[in-house]
Design a binder for this molecule. Structure first.
Ligand code: GLC
Length: 642
């Protein structure tokens, strides 16, 4: 058997410049057909968040992948059979697809402090990805998030690199295994220091020393590389104003040479666009910095043209292009792509009954149980008695979309009831208008999250005397002994979830969106945000309906147990003070049952904070800082009295 490098050399000896240029190109599915795949010799395709085929069921995905794969393998005098690889953001389950198991987002998994569980989650995720004919996921995120204003904090396991470094190899192993048929290619991201930007501005500027970079943000990647991760995605952020997408030291010298990474490096979403207003120059900069595959979602034809021109005129050395192609082919050979059957004939496609199955959901339920963190439990009110007369309230009590967070069915996540978008809260002038809006719309029969349970549904299953009243108006001490109020954030993703401190971030280069540009001193950075998110971490102002609901109930003399859905620590002093107990559930995903298991004591509460919890908005403390004195320290979490 020829070794892989020999097979690659023999194949590359046959490849034309066109075929090499196509192999390093990754368009988004909406902008490419199977015929294009063959004509332009495309090496990979992706689905952006929420970009789904047909009715978005596993068979629709298998059909789509099979068509793309078949086109890539249709060899003739102009085209060499090199199998395409398809990539998705399966970052907490294969959650683009309707009916998948939705795991807690990473911030909750960090609170679980369970590396074995992480590997099992990754293995289930890989099964649910291969059940749809897909080969590659852009996960795990290895961000060490250092500022909770960042809209992607929930994609980070911890502010502490120790946890992220412990989890990285386990998640990679769970996804990739030994490249069996129920395994996928992993992609650690975003290289490097995406969670370290000034003020937590997404795709912003990381202004830290190389020493701090190496101490806090590189170790998780080294652990993943030592575990054999096959791909790395570069960050859209910058380091002292230089974009990572064009950073030769970071990509070539540090990642490839010093850390010995021999897989391939992929750009993030049109990330090279922001290197230079001249697109050809941007292409040359990124290629020569060491980028191997280019996520060029729409203008991939133009990209291919610039690659060919720049190689022909010597601005890109042929050796660099060959190195990129070799790395991509190495991953495809290592992963067995050349010998796998076509997607429609693969075992995991033919037997995809495991997709969303109960066995997989039990792993997610365990993850929810272990991720919950109790910040307060006055008079040991928790765990509750299942036979208590319970009022369940709060906008997040019965909304599977909200409890799943971003990157779920849609890029920005879903609301089970479209009429109640997060921005409606701030649009409404009075509580009654808001609550009526909420009350009227909570029919989750049209839920886009198929499978699993909302937190209300999970309570209803075990507590015969529980009733639901979202706004708490039915609170009556003659009828209820205690209330569970589920509050917090609504789904968001990437920069749309950023909380930008007013007036900051002037003069910074922004990225993503239409074009990159400098913001002039004094000019506000155009804050792309969603709903109420804006300029601080104060929940009582981001979502006033929450404290209003809690107080509406406590004013009737009914004690409140608050459960908060969120993607990051928030300033919740008022909500804490008004609650007798307070549990953080993060974005728990589809298996709300895990919350009920703990609230009623079927499972102990064991989660410990993997992020420091602030007492005011810009108290941005991380474990290890001088004068470290947050409201709740890293590792905090109450347990039930034995
Ligand atoms: C996004 C994200 C990245 C994701 C990619 C593909 O911009 O930054 O995490 O993998 O695009 O959806």
């Amino acid at each position: 058997m020829k070794d892989i490098e020999q097979q690659i050399s023999e194949l590359m000896a046959k490849m034309t410049l066109d075929q090499k240029a196509g192999q390093i190109t990754q368009p988004e599915r909406e902008f490419i057909t199977p015929a294009d795949v063959k004509k332009y010799h495309i090496g990979s395709i992706l689905s952006g968040g929420g970009s789904v085929p047909g009715d978005n069921k596993p068979d629709d995905w298998i059909k789509m992948n099979d068509e793309y794969w078949a086109a890539s393998m249709e060899e003739d005098e102009d085209h060499l059979a090199i199998p395409i690889i398809y990539g998705v953001d399966a970052i907490h389950g294969n959650t683009n697809v309707i009916g998948s198991v939705v795991f807690p987002h990473n911030i909750g998994l960090g609170a679980a402090h369970d590396p074995d569980l992480i590997e099992r989650i990754a293995a289930v995720t890989a099964k649910e990805i291969t059940a749809t004919g897909v080969d590659w996921t852009f996960a795990p995120t290895l961000a060490v998030a250092r500022n909770s204003h960042w809209g992607r904090t929930y994609e980070s396991y911890s502010e502490n690199p120790k946890i992220v470094t412990e989890y990285a190899p386990r998640f990679v192993k769970g996804l990739q295994g030994d490249f069996q048929e129920d395994k996928v290619i992993a992609c650690v991201k975003h290289w490097v220091g995406d969670g370290a930007t000034l003020h937590g501005i997404d795709q912003g500027d990381m202004c830290i020393s190389e020493e701090e970079l190496r101490k806090l943000h590189v170790p998780p990647y080294k652990a993943a590389i030592d575990a054999g991760v096959l791909t790395v995605m570069v960050s859209l952020s910058s380091w002292f104003g230089e974009k990572c997408h064009g950073h030769k030291f970071l990509i070539t010298d540090l990642l490839k040479k010093e850390l010995g990474f021999d897989g391939f490096v992929v750009s993030d979403w049109d990330g090279i666009d922001y290197l230079n207003d001249d697109y050809e120059e941007a292409v040359v900069m990124s290629m020569n910095a060491g980028m191997d595959m280019f996520m060029v979602t729409e203008k991939w034809r133009e990209f291919i043209g610039h690659i060919k021109t720049s190689v022909e005129n010597g601005r890109i050395p042929m050796e660099r292009l060959d190195d990129a192609v070799r790395r991509i082919l190495r991953v495809k050979y290592k992963f067995g792509m050349f010998t796998k059957p076509r997607p429609a004939q693969r075992k995991m496609s033919l037997q995809n009954s495991c997709f969303g199955c109960l066995e997989h959901r039990e792993v997610a339920r365990e993850a929810v149980q272990k991720s919950l963190v109790m910040l307060k439990n006055d008079n040991d009110i928790l765990p509750l008695d299942k036979n208590s007369r319970i009022l369940v309230a709060g906008k997040n009590a019965h909304n599977r979309g909200h409890q799943c967070g971003g990157f779920t069915v849609a890029w920005q996540g879903v609301n089970d009831n479209e009429t109640v978008a997060s921005s409606s809260y701030s649009d409404k002038d009075t509580v009654s208008e808001r609550d009526t809006d909420i009350e009227a719309s909570y029919d989750t029969s049209n839920s886009k999250i198929v499978g699993g349970t909302s937190i209300w549904e999970s309570i209803q299953k075990v507590a015969p005397n529980a009733v639901l009243c979202i706004d708490g108006r039915d609170a009556d001490p003659g009828k209820q002994d205690v209330a569970i109020v589920v509050i917090g954030e609504v789904p968001y993703a990437e920069m749309l979830g950023d909380i930008r401190v007013e007036g900051l971030a002037k003069g910074l280069k922004i990225s993503k969106g239409s074009t990159s540009r400098d913001t002039l001193p004094g000019e506000d950075i155009p804050i792309m945000k969603k709903g109420p998110y804006g300029t601080h971490l104060y929940l009582h102002q981001l979502h006033p309906e929450d404290i209003e609901t809690i107080r509406r109930i406590t004013s009737k003399g009914i004690p409140v147990v608050t459960v908060m859905i969120c993607g990051r620590p928030l300033v919740v002093t008022q909500e804490l003070d008004a609650s007798q107990a307070f549990v953080v559930a993060w974005f728990p995903g589809s298996e709300g049952q895990g919350v009920a298991d703990v609230i009623f004591g079927d499972m102990d509460i064991q989660g410990k904070l993997s992020f420091s919890w602030p007492r005011y908005d810009d108290e941005n403390l991380n474990v290890g800082d001088e004068n470290y004195d947050p409201l709740f320290h890293y590792g905090y979490g109450l347990e039930y009295k034995k």
